[in-house]
Design a protein. Structure first.
Length: 107
């Protein structure tokens, strides 16, 4: 049973930051401080609708960029764009990894 009250002093900025962090994690301020102090794992940060919308738009933009790079890579592999095929393929692979990571975050 929790029957003790602990008081701490914080500036307005610190209190605001703590409340924002607690809300983002879906915790009360007390739970946030208790978990942080005792080393208990925090829940994953939640995304609000604005954050999710930005990530979805970013995913779409990366898809368009990837499509353009894919066309350039095909031209390079066909010999129409000499000397850049390895760089284009590596960049395209990097974009695919980034898109996969964003999908994991949004899901």
């Amino acid at each position: 049973m929790r029957n003790r009250i602990i008081r701490i002093r914080a500036s307005d900025a610190e209190l605001s930051a703590l409340k924002s962090l607690a809300a983002a994690r879906g915790l009360s301020l007390s739970d946030l401080l208790r978990r942080a102090t005792l080393g208990i794992r925090m829940p994953v940060r939640r995304f609000d609708q604005a954050d999710a919308a930005i990530l979805v738009r970013t995913l779409g933009e990366l898809g368009r960029i990837g499509g353009n790079l894919n066309q350039l890579t095909r031209r390079a592999n066909a010999g129409k764009l000499a000397g850049h095929d390895a760089d284009l393929a590596a960049t395209l692979a990097g974009i695919d990894v980034l898109r996969g990571r964003i999908r994991e975050i949004v899901a």
